[in-house]
Each structure stands twice: as structure tokens, then as C-alpha cells.
Design a protein around this ligand. Structure first.
Ligand code: T3D
Length: 264
């Protein structure tokens, strides 16, 4: 049996840590890797013990995007249909990440390019090392941003900057990414795993259902007018108000102690 392309570990209760494992090609995304990642995200959704997911890459890169060896093979069949690959492999993965009602922390070690950047952008928080490089990259091979990059990039940095990043094709460093709001924090490379674990630990102790509903509300906000969003807030808050964590939050406040959220 072949080695798994995604390592699943649970370093501490509540944390599912996913490591893409094709370091020899900077975790370029072949179909098996995409399918394994999708399965892992579904597992995170179904397992109540999981309260936060970390996504990272083994070796010196997060992911260099679509496996271009596979993409080249498509040309041999005549007219390539890239939409087919997107629909069958990328869309289920990106949708699963967006729909997961638990936070996903991207630990962006080294380079994230093309669809590798798309996956980083599908995470809810991104932590980078000082030597991390982000490249939209698609234009470099004659393509337009896909796997959700055209959705997330303008939302995160605004239209003008998104177009510049996509059209000029240059990689940007971690500090610039921080300035643009593409990553949340930058730390020295040797501190990245430790900082990520700390952030994940904190999220694993948070009221998971409330964070999931926050994620849903924020993602819907860009499609709604104010009245529709207010209605959505009311509907989601009704759900939050019926969780054990809300009760715990109120009790803890009354008893002047920190809350011990259980994620339900
Ligand atoms: O089919 C579809 O749906 C199309 C969809 C496309 C979506 C996309 O993701 S488009 C963007 C694809 N990605 C790229 O264009 C980036 C390609 N990679 C690079 O430009 C460079 O590798 C980097 C700038 C990311 C890093 O450069 P460097 O010098 O640090 O490393 P390297 O030596 O180039 O790469 C190390 C190895 O990884 C090397 O293999 P080798 O020579 O040691 O055997 C290289 O070929 C391999 N590699 C890097 N990226 C990919 C890859 N192999 C396959 N696919 C890759 N994307």
C-alpha cells in the first residue's frame, strides 16, 4: 500500500494537525493529495473531538500548487479540460474547508503558490514564517486564479491589490503579506510550529459552535445586504444561545472564573 499523502496527527486534545507529504515537489497537489485532504476535512467535521484543524506542508514548502507534471499530461490528450479537474478535486476540497464549522489554521511554511495559495486562503487564519513566500502564480503558466483564489484574494486585500498580485505574478514575502492582510502573523521559522500550536490550543479551548457560526456569518456577509445579514445573525445566535458553552460562559461570568468551554 502506498504511503498516505496527508499525515493526520493529534498533538493535543481537540487539535487535528494535517501535514501534506510530498516534500520532494514542495507539496505540489496531485489528485490523490487533494482527495486525501478532502477526506481529512470531512473527518474533522464528523469528529466532535476535533475543535480546530491545522493545515501545513512537510519540508521547505506549504504547497507549490497544482502538480504541473499531471497538468502537462493533460495536454497530451489534445484539448485539455481543466474545469474537469477543478470540479472533481479542488471544488469539493475548498467547499469542505469553507463549510467546516470549526477553525482551520494555515501554518504557511515556505512557499505557497498557485492552488497552494488558494488552500492557504481557504484557511481561517494564516501564520507565516519570516522566510515564507506567497505567489498567486497562475499567470506564470498562462492561467487565471482558481481553487477559490479569485473569491478569497479580492475579499482579503481588495480588488486593486488582488489584480496586481495576480497579474504581476511576483512572489511577495511574509512581511508584505502581513501588511496586505494576507497572513495574520509572521514569526521566525523556528518559532512557527510552536506559535501555531499555541494558537490552535487557544482555538481548541474556545466555544467551537460559536466559532463555527461566526465563520458561517462572516462568509455570508459578503453576499448579503444589512437586513439579510441581521436576520442571519439572529438565526445563528438562536443556535449559539442553545449551546452548553453559552450556559458555561454565563455561569463563569457570574462566578468570576474563566469559562471551561467543551465545544458543544
Ligand atoms: O490542472 C489544473 O487544474 C491547473 C491548475 C493550476 C493551478 C495552479 O496551481 S497554477 C500554479 C502552479 N504552480 C506553479 O506555477 C509553481 C511552480 N513552482 C515554482 O515556480 C517553483 O518550484 C517555486 C518558485 C515554487 C519554488 O522554487 P525553488 O527553486 O525553491 O524549488 P524548485 O527547485 O523549483 O522545486 C523543487 C522541486 O519541486 C523540483 O523538482 P526537482 O527538479 O527537484 O525534481 C520542482 O520541479 C518541483 N516542483 C515545484 N513546483 C512544482 C513541482 N513539481 C510539480 N508541480 C509543481 N507545481
Amino acid at each position: 500500500m502506498s504511503e498516505p499523502l496527508v499525515a493526520l496527527t493529534r498533538p493535543e486534545p481537540g487539535i487535528l494537525w494535517l501535514t501534506m507529504q510530498r516534500p520532494e515537489v514542495l507539496n505540489a497537489l496531485n489528485d490523490d493529495l487533494k482527495l486525501e485532504l478532502t477526506r481529512a476535512i470531512h473527518l474533522a467535521a464528523d469528529d466532535p473531538q476535533v475543535r480546530v484543524v491545522v493545515l501545513t506542508g512537510a519540508g521547505r514548502g506549504f504547497s507549490a500548487g497544482q502538480d504541473l507534471t499531471d497538468a502537462r499530461a493533460l495536454l497530451e490528450g489534445g484539448e485539455p479540460d481543466l474545469a474537469q479537474n477543478l470540479r472533481s478535486c479542488y471544488h469539493p476540497l475548498v467547499l469542505a474547508m469553507h463549510e467546516l464549522e470549526k477553525p482551520i489554521v494555515g501554518m504557511v511554511n515556505g512557499v505557497a503558490a498557485g492552488a497552494g495559495l488558494s488552500l492557504a486562503l481557504a484557511c481561517d487564519l494564516r501564520l507565516a514564517a519570516t522566510d515564507t513566500k506567497l505567489a498567486v502564480g497562475f499567470a506564470g503558466i498562462g492561467l487565471m486564479p482558481d481553487a477559490g483564489a479569485s473569491f478569497m484574494l479580492p475579499r482579503l486585500v481588495g480588488l486593486g491589490r488582488a489584480f496586481e498580485l495576480a497579474a504581476m505574478g511576483e512572489a511577495i514575502g511574509a512581511e508584505e503579506a502581513l501588511r496586505l492582510g494576507l497572513v495574520n502573523r509572521v514569526v521566525p521559522a523556528e518559532a512557527l510550529a510552536g506559535t501555531t500550536l499555541e494558537v490552535a490550543r487557544r482555538l481548541a479551548a474556545a466555544p467551537t459552535r460559536a466559532l463555527g457560526l461566526t465563520k458561517r456569518a462572516f462568509r455570508a456577509a459578503f453576499e448579503h445586504d444589512l437586513a439579510t445579514q441581521l436576520e442571519l445573525e439572529a438565526a445563528l445566535q438562536r443556535k449559539a444561545g442553545r449551546t452548553a458553552d453559552f450556559r458555561e460562559g454565563l455561569m463563569a461570568f457570574a462566578q468570576k472564573r474563566p469559562p471551561a468551554f467543551k465545544g458543544n
